[in-house]
Design a protein around this ligand. Structure first.
Ligand code: SF4
Length: 461
């Protein structure tokens, strides 16, 4: 949420709604994910039971986080790796820049990581003169386009193949055809050069397994394996909440994550990295660093929003959200978008602009239904609204709500207000005055001429 004026959320959403190409790309992609997810979860006897088990695992981890994290870090060290406890984004980026400088590297390759987006790592490294190349195809596209991700697992979801061809043509000898296979082949060839030239590979970490100090990456492109094994140094950046106790807990998590994210029973690559390369191994990095990032998470854990840290970044709530599906991720103006972003961003980067995000929700609960670990996102959105309403709500709105509460707190007043409402609607007041802006993009249901009570008393129901 940087560099935007207070009114920007409305400006951004208005522009997004008017962008028919964006809306077509979003609907196309999110519908495909939803269909695949229905297929993948429909094959299971009890998807909701699995979600409940997932929620229980995440609750267990969050309740014992210091112990589990401590064991994870001990085992990373025991396996020959290094651990950095980073309390802030600055701590993390400084440590990573120091490792790169110490190794004399001038170039790094990265696999997709929202945690490195969160800490603005590319910006810091590039400002220090390091060449950074994103190697996930979607991330590379938005890096070349100088954009931020518009979806947590599909960063270039907002672009169609013609727009992608235009972006990739910037680094080609001529114009590339908008053919997905050709574009992927071009990216593969270009990125291979960067893997071989890089001195350091940087990845995220989907899960850390405390029992063995292992970093687990769940990816669909082979780039993650090249990032973590070709350069001599691998740095994994992990949000401190992304641990599990054991392989049993991991088993459940990697059953939930791909099904919820992309509708796959299993992702193409599940990579497990335990320490740097051993003497008898043929591949892997000489040096492994795990950066464990707090950056406000401890404070969140101790707050009423602690359950948000159960998030496994699957993106299912974005795909299900009727708001996200229309406006896309950039309208949120933050690294994290959709329902999870609207809850998480005000915690991560508290600001007046971030506090607007929880208002950008219909509170329909589709996000909760989609969430593989049953985070009650709509309750957390409401908690944000309660937290900020004292400051933000206008006098007129507060008076209107008070009048409504007064009117509907007694049966006689309730009936009178309905009669007044019907009369007002018959004169068109539901489309005029203060209601005009609301009604511009919505259709208020017509009030029935006879209430349920009238029909009940007449014996009709
Ligand atoms: S809140 Fe739930 S659905 Fe949304 S990204 Fe996180 S785990 Fe997935």
């Amino acid at each position: 949420m940087s560099g935007k004026s207070a009114g920007d959320l409305r400006v951004r959403t208005t522009a997004a709604v008017a962008d028919t190409r964006l809306r077509a790309s979003l609907v196309n992609a999110t519908d495909t994910f939803a269909e695949r997810k229905d297929g993948a979860t429909g094959q299971l006897a009890d998807w909701d039971g699995l979600r409940a088990a997932g929620r229980a695992v995440r609750a267990d981890v969050l309740a014992h986080l210091p112990d589990i994290l401590g064991r994870f870090a001990d085992n990373v060290l025991a396996a020959g790796g290094n651990v950095c406890w980073a309390s802030s984004a600055d701590d993390a980026t400084r440590y990573i820049a120091d490792v790169i400088a110490r190794r004399g590297a001038t170039e790094v390759v990265k696999s997709k990581s929202m945690t490195t987006e969160e800490i603005g790592l590319n910006h810091v490294l590039e400002a220090g003169g390091t060449r950074v190349t994103e190697t996930d195809l979607g991330e590379w596209i938005i890096q070349l386009a100088r954009e931020t991700p518009s979806h947590i697992i599909v960063p270039a979801i907002h672009r169609d193949r013609h727009q992608i061809a235009e972006v990739l043509s910037q680094v080609a000898d001529g114009d590339l055809a908008a053919v997905p296979e050709g574009l992927a082949a071009f990216a593969r060839e270009k990125l291979r050069e960067r893997f071989l030239a890089a001195g350091v590979g940087i990845s995220g970490c989907n899960f850390g397994v405390a029992d063995t100090g292992s970093v687990v990456l769940v990816t669909n492109e082979g780039n993650g394996r090249l990032v973590t094994s070709v350069p001599p140094v691998h740095i994994a950046v992990m949000g401190m909440e992304r641990v599990v106790r054991s392989w049993d807990q991991l088993d459940l998590m990697i059953s939930l994550l791909p099904r919820a994210a992309t509708g796959q029973a299993i992702t193409t690559y599940t990579s497990v990295i335990t320490g740097p390369r051993k003497a008898d191994e043929t591949d892997g990095p000489e040096e492994l660093h795990v950066v464990i990032l707090d950056n406000g998470r401890s404070a969140t854990l101790d707050s009423e929003f602690g359950e948000m840290l159960a998030c496994i970044r699957c993106g299912a709530c974005l795909n299900a959200c009727p708001v996200y599906r229309v406006v896309g991720g950039h309208a949120y103006g933050s690294v994290f978008s959709g329902p999870m972003g609207a809850v998480y961003t005000p915690l991560l980067l508290p600001s007046q602009q971030a506090d607007e995000l929880p208002q950008a929700s219909s509170l329909c609960g589709a996000c909760w239904e989609a969430c593989p670990v049953q985070i009650p996102l709509q309750d957390l959105l409401l908690a944000h609204r309660r937290r900020t309403s004292a400051d933000d709500t206008s006098v007129a709105e507060r008076l209107a709500w008070r009048a409504w509460a007064t009117a509907w707190s007694k049966p006689r007043r309730y009936r009178t207000s309905l009669r007044a409402g019907r009369f007002g609607a018959s004169l068109g007041f539901d489309h005029r005055g203060p209601a005009a802006r609301w009604a511009r993009t919505r259709e208020a249901p017509a009030l029935s001429k006879r209430t349920f009570r009238d029909r009940w008393e007449a014996g009709e129901v």
